[in-house]
Design a protein around this ligand. Structure first.
Ligand code: ZN
Length: 494
């Protein structure tokens, strides 16, 4: 590959940018300055050729043209967002179909974007929970910047969203919004009193606090939600529900009033009540939505806890008929109030995607995250089996420590010892639930492990490998995330 600097004098000729390491779709001209992303020996760089646009980096003059060669860092991402509005996130949830594609490693953007050129869904390219940020030592800025550079590199102009995912506190919401995130997913789990769901009736009666107004509003009433469906509440059900969710309503309306009502931040609001072990009943879903709307809270999406299990990186576990029956009511409630259902932990849930697309009539938000990390690790097994074997052995030792963050039913004794497998069989490990989950949840230890000199044991070599095979990684993601969308779109009507 030739040095990209040789390409600069040829910018306006018919020179082939690829042979100079320049990403051809990244070439953009504004006024008299041309910018592009190129691969240099030291990694990717952002280059401007022409009068300064304030990129930060090394300044040189090539055949009379002023050139700046900068790193893909936060300052330069901000420059791009100011110059090219398509590189900044925007509100996308009002579109019929939206898909969150978290990118733990900051390298999946180009592959994800290719999927959204094929389907009409809008992507939420930046989507990271605080837990994942902590475990990967990344910040909200890093996540947003990675998305900005990816859309610039791919010349993707349709628009994308950025989701401050599973935020639990006022402070976290404020941080994400002030950085320009276009969506906030408010995780209400810490305000949910699940103990009331499990309590026996006597205890419930003893601890129940009377809410006269709510009793009058809900008891002995039928609520017509259209489509021939009604919702009603028994007294016991009502008591459990009020006690479980009353603080959720307070918290969500407090956050809404503080950040959204004044219009000072222009972002989509998602209510998430999915991080709990008890499925949200349709009656509870109706109650929460109805009460939030009564409190004038506007939200674009709501994530109930659906029945069955949504474990990380593996298919849906549970009864798909029951899922479909309950989803019909959840979807009718969402249509009744005009918001979309949001499906979390949507990586690899192939057994239910067709149902979800069909029953929501093609109006949905689906979040995927860790599956792109699994594709990246599969790439390691494909291209450097010896290295993969070392990582796998280390992951087994780190497994116990990480199960406190994730609910999984992984049985690592079912994973065949890697020294008994040939290189082809190694790649096949990514078809088995136990090994998928092992690799899926040990990303924190794998990426953070250091040797006695303080150098990363795996991280730098992993990124070098992903960089070498970036086209193949994009191809794997295009196929894998593409399979998700293919199923979701199979029978969705609009
Ligand atoms: Zn969730």
């Amino acid at each position: 590959m030739k040095d990209f600097k040789e390409f600069i004098p040829l910018l306006h000729s018919k020179a082939d940018p690829v042979s100079y390491g320049v990403y051809p779709l990244s070439v953009h001209t504004i006024k008299k300055t041309t910018l592009f992303i190129a691969k240099s020996k030291e990694g990717k760089v952002i280059v401007s050729a022409g009068p300064s646009v304030n990129l930060v980096g090394e300044k040189i003059v090539i055949e009379g043209t002023e050139v700046v060669i900068g790193e893909l860092n936060h300052e330069n991402a901000k420059v791009l967002r100011a110059l090219f509005p398509f590189t900044a996130p925007k509100k996308v949830l009002s579109a019929a179909r939206t898909i969150g594609v978290g990118d733990r490693l900051g390298i999946a953007g180009p592959g994800h974007i290719r999927v959204f050129e094929k389907y009409d869904a809008y992507p939420v390219l930046a989507q990271q929970s605080v837990r994942e940020l902590t475990l990967t030592n990344r910040t909200f800025e890093d996540v947003l910047d990675a998305a900005t550079f990816a859309v610039f590199q791919e010349g993707y102009k349709k628009g994308y969203g950025a989701d401050g995912d599973h935020l639990k506190t006022e402070k976290e919401v404020e941080t994400a919004l002030s950085l320009g995130f276009s969506m906030i997913t408010l995780d209400c789990s810490e305000h949910m009193h699940n103990e009331f769901e499990l309590m026996n009736k006597d205890e419930l009666d003893r601890t129940y606090i009377r809410f006269d107004e709510l009793e009058q509003k809900y008891l002995n009433k039928d609520f017509d939600i259209g489509e021939g469906l009604t919702v009603s509440f028994s007294e016991e059900e009502f008591k459990r529900m009020v006690m479980t969710y009353k603080d959720v309503l307070e918290f969500a309306s407090f956050i809404y009033d503080k950040f959204f009502i004044t219009g000072s931040y222009d972002a989509d609001f998602e209510i998430s009540i999915d991080e709990t072990s008890t499925p949200t009943t349709p009656a509870e879903h109706f109650f929460i939505a109805n009460e939030l709307i009564a409190r004038k809270v506007k939200f674009a999406t709501l994530a109930p806890r659906f029945c069955g299990e949504f474990q990380k990186g593996v298919d849906y576990i549970g009864d798909t008929d029951q899922f479909e029956r309950e989803l019909k009511v959840h979807a009718a409630i969402a249509r009744h109030f005009s918001y979309k259902l949001s499906l979390h932990s949507g990586s690899d849930k192939f057994r239910i995607f067709e149902i979800f697309g069909r029953i929501t009539r093609g109006n949905f938000h689906v979040k995927t995250a860790g599956t792109n990390y699994l594709e990246a690790m599969k790439l390691v097994a494909m291209k450097d089996p010896a290295f993969y074997r070392k990582i796998h052995a280390f992951a087994l030792t780190a497994f116990d420590e990480v199960t406190k963050y994730y609910h999984v039913t992984t049985d690592i004794t079912r994973i065949p010892p890697v020294d008994t497998l040939d290189d082809q069989q190694l790649v096949k490990l990514f078809e088995h639930n136990d090994s998928r989950q092992l690799i899926h949840i040990t990303y924190g230890p794998i990426l953070n492990k250091k040797d006695e000199n303080g150098s990363f044991v795996f991280k730098d070599a992993l990124y070098a490998l992903w960089n070498t095979y970036e086209q193949l990684y994009s191809e794997l993601l295009f196929r894998h995330i593409g399979r998700h969308l293919h199923q979701l779109y199979r029978h969705c009507q609009n």
